[in-house]
Design a protein around this ligand. Sequence first.
Ligand SMILES: Nc1ncnc2c1ncn2[C@@H]1O[C@H](COP(=O)(O)OP(=O)(O)OP(=O)(O)O)[C@@H](O)[C@H]1O
Ligand SMILES: [Mg+2]
Length: 377
Amino acid sequence: MLTGQLVSPVESLASVQDLAGRADGGPLVLLLGPSFANTAGIGQVLPFLTDHPEVGAILVTDELSTELLQTALRSGVKDVLAAPVAADQLTAAVARVAETLGSAPLARDQSSGASLSLVSSGVIGEPEIDLGKVVTVFSTKGGAGKSVLAVNLAVVLARRSDKPVVLVDADLQFGDIAVMLGLAPQHTIVDAVGSLNRLDVGLLQQYLLKHEPSGLFILPAPLEPSFAEQITAQEIMQIVAILRTFCSFVIIDTPAYFNEVVLAIIEESDEILLMAGMDIPNIKNVKIGLQTLRLLNLSLEKVHLVLNRANSKVKLDVSEVEKSLQIKAESLIPSDVVVPQSVNKGTPVVLDSPKSGVAKAIEQLANMFLPSSSGRR
Ligand SMILES: Nc1ncnc2c1ncn2[C@@H]1O[C@H](COP(=O)(O)OP(=O)(O)OP(=O)(O)O)[C@@H](O)[C@H]1O
Ligand SMILES: [Mg+2]
């Protein structure tokens, strides 16, 4: 039985009606049994959850689907666990939700009489339930090669992943991802933000542009730079959250500065590719960028330094750059004229010149994110 697995005080409730009388304003974790794991069930508790922000709900379901995840998350449910759920995983989920509520709460079981035998779980936000990985390409220096890397990495991942891969152009003012791929967008991120209150996977997919040669999906930047101001960090993160539910990777290209949107993206990312070029102004700017990331208390484990034009004869060598930045370079991308040539053609260099050193370096970088045996080429 679900409640028997928790050490904190637990109380079982027989029906939704019982809920109202039991919430006393203090923090409380509510466990919802599988009978609530559908639109009607979630709809039943939604008004209560809206009225009681001090209550954090965990939904246990027999069958985990993208639709259920979305409905649950958008209704304010904090975690969804797939039954059977192991005792320690349940305890961990309760503790995690409790933490978001501010103190150790009483756990209440709203399993509607359903007897649950809980053996293994998946928790939203962890890869075991297959949420896509968010990989952000960032640099504090304009022209460092962010968009070239984002496009080509995304193309490689799209070709090698069984699930969709999406590239989000979060350079909201001057994004040029679509141009780099030789595509003319019908829709952009502005459409997705505009319909956020009814946005689901199906609608969001309609706004994505497909790069046929690789199968990559793109969420293009606004066509007008002035639209950028209308898009908030929270809106972008809501879109990314939906993309993660059906994509294996969400690759995000960013502008060369920190703003509210970029900070939110960086905080939510699983991996950050920090791009630097091989000249002193570049290194200086990237150093400041790294300091900012440290100040943000960002785990530097997820920051990977990528040195672009790493073969340039510019009297700086890789070890000097690494020493100055106090971080090891995980990828070295050579300078090659095939890059601007491919950009001008609107064909990613990994497809246009697959044998080039640039293409090989990016393929290798992609290996870092892919399990060695999986996917197709
Ligand atoms: N390895 C490389 N070899 C040769 N040229 C390169 C290389 N990487 C990038 N470039 C060229 O540098 C220019 C800038 O690249 P890109 O647009 O990717 O930079 P960015 O960091 O996205 O710039 P912005 O900050 O303006 O968004 C492009 O014209 C591209 O062709
Ligand atoms: Mg760019």
